[in-house]
Design a protein around this ligand. Structure first.
Ligand SMILES: Cc1ncc(C[n+]2csc(CCOP(=O)(O)OP(=O)(O)O)c2C)c(N)n1
Ligand SMILES: [Mg+2]
Length: 544
């Protein structure tokens, strides 16, 4: 076989890594690569903006283990900085491909359009928000650079940046045989000791609890976790960023733990456990309820990506996957009798003319959620309300729950549906966040995709309002249900009462081949319980 060009090699390696779709907006510095994409096996998905392409690639990556976008130099690449910083903060493996002026063009240092400083600036910016970068300006090393970046992406589950000078696409590359699998190995002695000590502590514990977090999702360890839960018969809570790493309708599930911000019943079980196994959970202000979590280190076993801490003992070089698998295989079964699933209470019949509330909204959604739906959630009260949503086993709940960038949900759902066409996205989004990126629904319409969008219309930036009220929290009142007139076919509904919502939801779920959107008008002051607790806490800080 003849040697591939640099562009061919990049496309081939992306496909081998699991990419079928590349999101983005073209521009002259990347057009040549777009031509290659169009002529090759990958599908380009055009978006309305570059930041939404990056959110889409992020959603795709969270479902597939890799996502990719291709943008032009400067104006395109700088437009994705926020979304890629979010993917970095939330460990989502996204490949950013940026076109660039050709090497020959750069030689005399000319003032070219889209330039904003030395040609190296863009790479330097992305160095801070990715785990590996490469400027493919040397055909001798370009293939190895591509492999190095993809290897880093898999190893760290973070974004990488590849800059493609436009005159290098056709350069002949020099691939070298693939390196042996880049799987991280555990230190066998440390692993055995960590497992042994954990088992001994588990044997002594009366009421152990597992707290599962986001790394379980990013490393694809959900199955091992649920086998461990069943084998050991230990109840399990999840963090907010880790929501959906365990099926939320199993009797073993305790709910979302978020310190003082989460439900009391979950908090009591987690903080009252005489042994807490924190598995893949990160310690940040969101998951600890602004550091209100009370977790006694003496009763804590914390396994993170590559180390285990047991009380005050630290075991380095123990991979989470190996630790979980070893525990699953060797744990002794505790006595328990869980029913296969818990039935959620049926919501009361819809009240005719009764104003819609957040509580009612979540109860109604719980009643219709099926195993073939994923939930993609934006920030704001929809995220706090989603604490009480119960997603099914093997579906995903995706949110920018830690980095908390508004505008994530609609485009991330585009990526999620492209990555997993069998799962229909339920998108939860505030009116403010929808105004940022909701027009990306246009792309769903164009592709005939059928997400169900619930706009939590509380007439402005409610989260901020709860912290500090002021006119800066007011936004324009849009007729969100009419968006299809602008963007392409969307079934739109306005629902201010329980019966209106019930009707709209039934209709939306029965619609396929186009998006549905329900503009849910909420009463002033209606907020989820979690939002009230959070706002109270943050408000105290803002007001001093
Ligand atoms: C990109 C971005 N800008 C600003 C913020 C700060 N912020 C957090 S919540 C919020 C209000 C969100 O409004 P909306 O989407 O309507 O949700 P609500 O809080 O009203 O439920 C703002 C402005 C943010 N998180 N992300
Ligand atoms: Mg709002």
């Amino acid at each position: 076989m003849s040697a591939p060009t640099v562009a061919e090699y990049l496309i081939r390696q992306l496909q081998a890594a699991g990419v079928d779709h590349v999101f983005g907006v073209p521009g002259d510095y990347v057009l040549g690569f777009y031509r290659k994409l169009a002529d090759g096996p990958l599908h380009h998905i055009g978006t309305t903006r570059e930041d939404t392409a990056a959110f889409a690639a992020d959603g795709y990556a969270r479902c597939r283990g890799i996502g990719a976008l291709a943008v032009t130099y400067g104006v395109g690449a700088l437009n994705v900085v926020n979304a890629i910083a979010g993917a970095y903060a939330e460990s989502s493996p996204v490949v950013v491909i940026s076109g660039a002026p050709g090497i020959a063009e750069q030689r005399k240092d000319p003032q070219l359009h889209h330039r904003f400083g030395p040609f190296s600036f863009q790479r330097e910016i992305f160095e801070r928000i990715t785990c590996a970068v490469a400027v493919l300006d040397d055909p001798l090393t370009a293939c190895r650079d591509i492999d190095r970046c993809l290897q880093a992406l898999r190893r760290y589950s973070k974004p990488v940046y590849l800059e493609l000078p436009r005159d290098q696409l056709e350069a002949t590359g020099f691939p070298i045989p693939a390196a042996e699998a880049d799987r991280q190995e555990s230190d066998a002695g440390a692993l055995a000791e960590a497992v042994d000590e954990t088992l001994r502590r588990l044997d002594r514990a009366g009421a152990p609890v597992i707290l599962a977090g986001i790394e379980i999702h990013r490393r694809g360890l959900q199955d091992i976790l649920s086998q461990l839960v069943l084998n050991a018969c230990i109840p399990v809570a999840a963090t907010l960023t880790g929501k959906s790493v365990v099926g939320e309708r199993h009797a073993a599930y305790l709910g979302i733990y978020e310190g003082a911000m989460g439900p009391d019943s979950t908090r009591e079980r987690v903080e009252g456990a005489d042994l807490l196994l924190m598995l893949g959970a990160t310690v940040n202000d969101v998951d600890t309820g602004i550091f209100t979590a009370k977790l006694d280190p003496a009763r804590l076993i914390h396994a993170s990506q590559d180390q285990v801490n047991i009380g005050h003992h630290r075991f380095a070089d123990v991979q989470l996957r190996d630790f979980l698998a070893a525990l699953r295989d060797s744990v002794s079964r505790r006595a328990c009798a869980w029913p296969p699933a818990v039935a959620l209470p049926e919501p009361a019949p819809a009240g005719v003319g009764r104003p819609m509330t957040i509580r009612r909204l979540i109860a109604s959604l719980n009643a219709v959620l099926t195993p073939d739906m994923s939930v993609i959630c934006d920030v704001g009260d929809c995220l706090f309300a989603a604490l009480d949503l119960r997603v099914h086993e093997r579906t995903h709940f995706l949110a920018s729950a830690f980095y908390t960038s508004m505008g994530f949900a609609v485009p991330a759902a585009l990526g999620a549906q492209m990555a997993m066409p069998d799962l229909r996205p339920l998108i939860l989004v505030g009116d403010g966040a929808f105004q940022m990126t909701g027009t990306e629904l246009s792309t769903f319409s164009r592709l005939g995709l059928d997400p169900v969008v619930i706009v939590f219309n509380n007439h402005g930036y409610s989260t901020e309002r709860f912290i500090l009220e002021g006119p800066f929290n007011d936004i324009a009142e849009w007729r969100y249900e009419c968006i299809g007139e602008l963007t392409g076919p969307v079934n739109g509904y306005r629902a201010a009462t329980e019966d209106e919502f019930e009707r709209a939801l039934r209709d939306a779920l029965a619609t396929s081949g186009r998006p549905s959107l329900i503009n849910v008008h909420l009463q002033a002051g209606d907020a989820s319980a979690a939002m009230r607790r959070l706002a109270e806490h943050l408000g105290r800080k803002v007001h001093g």
